[in-house]
Write a protein that binds this ligand. Sequence first.
Ligand code: ATP
Ligand code: MG
Length: 229
Amino acid sequence: QGRITHGAIAIEHLDFAYLPGRPVLHDIRLHMAPGSFHGIVGHTGSGKSTLLSLLLRFYPAPPGAIRIDGVPLEGIAEESFRASMGLVPQDPFLLAASARENIALGRALSDEQVEAAARAAHAHGFITALENGYDTFLGEGGARLSTGQKQLLAIARALAGSPRILLLDEATAHIDSETEQVVQQALAELRGRVTIVAIAHRLSTVRDADRIVVLNHGRIAELGTHGEL
Ligand code: ATP
Ligand code: MG
């Protein structure tokens, strides 16, 4: 079975419907080079989350329509798939546990690995400012943290698994502009190291993306850099 090595994503003639006769994605074609950064924007219901769901195999895409490193999505071994894909969901689930445990999420990671992920996510600063640093109990559902801090922690958690591909769903929908800038900065720095596909509510969040994909009713309406759009 195939493995993910570089994180190149090739989408060809992708059509998708949850229900027969009600297409949600139409003829999506998109090639994302390893280490590239793509932003996805579009109105509510345009198919952004659906596209991420297909990339994550939450729903089956038509065979061969999505390839990673040349391997059809459905032919990638589960273990390799899980180790290579990092997801930052819209509403990250936080454990009633320490910052460290929330980043490691049951994986056998060293303190150094946890901290490196937090630094890359720009979460290290606020974590070390907590009274017990990485060992600070974050409360039920991360009650101790602001929405923006939860988001940065979720990015650290995703990065701690050393993914080849990082998917973010509306990571900055509910956060203040200061945190938005921190997320922007973290994503810009990750470029070249991990393939990033980031759904954004605001064009400004993905300003630094190599390309921005504008979805409209399930079709690619526009494709270009922030400057071009
Ligand atoms: P938003 O900005 O509101 O998050 P989106 O661009 O992420 O929107 P999707 O969630 O991908 O949009 O939804 C695209 C279309 O698919 C919508 O018409 C939605 O109602 C429909 N849809 C989404 N999930 C399902 C599902 N599980 N079953 C049936 N239809 C769905
Ligand atoms: Mg969505």
